[in-house]
Structures are given as C-alpha cells and as structure tokens.
Design a protein. Structure first.
Length: 255
C-alpha cells in the first residue's frame, strides 16, 4: 500500500500541466490488452478506472495493478523500493554525496532497467568502475593503477589493497569470497562488452533484452559497491581536522 501511495505521489508530481491527461498516457504505457471480438475474448493486464468526470481514477487503477508491474513502474519513476530491492535505495543514498559522478551514472542505469535493459547494464558497470577509481585515488592507498583500466582490473587492485585476494593472512574461505567478487566483476564487464550496445552490435549478435537479467546485475553492482565503500570507510576513515583555537590580540584585551 505504501508503494502504491509513493507511486501515486510521484506520478502527480511528474507532470506540471495537463496532469490527468499525461498521467493517463503514462499508465497506458503499461496497459496491455488483446483485441477480442467479443467480451468473452477480451483480456487486459489491469483495468484503467475513471471518475465521474471521465478522468483517470489513479488510486483505484493502481490498486488493481499486479505487484510485478507496480515494481517496474516504481523503478521507472525513480521511486525507492526498500521492501522489494533493499540494496538499491541504500546504495543510491550512500553514493549521492560521496561519489556524484557514479551517482549520476547509476541513476541513469536505474531508470533504464525496463526501457533499455542492456544499456542499464553498461551504465551500472560504469558506476561501479567510477566508485572504485575514486577509492583508489586516496593518497593513503597509493595505487599505481591507470584510469583506463576496466572493472576487472580495478576490482583486482582494490581487493589487493583490502588484502582480500590473492595473498593475505585471511582464512581460505574469505579469500574464496574475494576471488568470487573478482569473478562477478569480470562477468559484469564481459556482459557490458559482449552483450550490450556499448561496444556496438550487429543484428545477428546476442543482446540482453530481458530486464530480469538487468535486475540481477544491478543488484550485484549495488551489493559490491556497498561492501567496497563500507570497507574503505572502515579501514581508511577520513582524517579528523582539529579546529584551531581563535587567537586573541593582546592590544584588544579588555584588561
């Protein structure tokens, strides 16, 4: 019910003019039906209700839309979905101030999950690359890696910095998880390179067009990004700047 309320608020705020008409046009994007020859043959995925003035009754309409479609609408509108995909709103909020470039890229990815799933994967890959690059710029890390390195190389470097992989004193199980993170990053990078429009495709090349895979990849990106940023802030906390006591000139002392 809260998700429906949030979607409704976001939709009314989406349009500044002709709100009822534009909201109806937007809802109709998600409305599917067949052209049955009689009433018994007709099918639709949800009903668009109207009020007495023939305007869309948005509350009633949203309440009869299935959960999967509601989730897709929420993501398309940029509405947080903590009860459904908990890591995404947390990730969005955490990187907004600390990694503005990555945040902007991820917001674009988030909004394209449904409309352009293969582009969303490429953008999510770029957002994670941006976060890792920013962390490696820390003078205390002293990384020598070049800016043109890909997600796989960047992840390999940061896992070495964090001493998770490959040579560390940590238990083998932890090192296995570290190597798995590296494999995930490599998989995301290969998807971006081989299965999206980022490197150009011909009509015979396979391209990801099902958003279910994109949801999976984007969730992987948020999980890895949250871990890396959290571990970085724990091991390399920002230096505390001590404020200097104000100096008082002798000739202005009141005694």
């Amino acid at each position: 019910m809260k998700l429906i309320s949030d979607i409704e608020t976001a939709l009314w705020n989406q349009f500044q003019t002709s709100k009822y008409r534009n909201v109806r046009f937007y809802i109709e994007k998600w409305h599917k039906h067949n052209d049955g020859y009689n009433f018994n043959d007709y099918w639709e995925n949800f009903t668009i209700y109207e009020d007495n003035n023939k305007n869309i009754d948005l509350t009633k309409t949203l309440n009869n839309i299935d959960g999967e479609t509601l989730l897709k609408i929420a993501i398309d509108l940029g509405v947080d979905t903590p009860d459904f995909i908990p890591s995404i709103p947390t990730f969005r909020n955490e990187i907004k101030a600390e990694y503005p470039s990555a945040s902007s890229t991820f917001e674009s990815a988030f909004k394209k999950i449904e409309s352009e799933p293969n582009i969303a994967i490429g953008l999510a890959n770029s957002a994670l690359e941006s976060i890792v690059k920013e962390i490696l710029k820390d003078d205390r890390i002293n990384s020598k890696i070049k800016n043109n390195k890909t997600l796989y190389d960047l992840t390999s470097e940061i896992l070495k910095v964090f001493q998770y992989f490959p040579n560390s004193d940590m238990p083998d199980e932890i090192k296995t998880i570290g190597s798995s993170l590296l494999a995930i990053s490599q998989g995301i990078e290969k998807l971006r390179s081989d299965k999206t429009d980022f490197h150009g495709k011909t009509k015979d090349d396979y391209k990801i067009e099902d958003s279910i895979y994109t949801y999976f990849v984007v969730n992987c990106v948020t999980t890895i990004g949250l871990f890396m940023n959290s571990y970085y802030k724990t091991k390399f906390p920002k230096p505390v700047v001590e404020s200097e006591a104000p100096t008082i000139e002798e000739d202005i002392l009141p005694f």
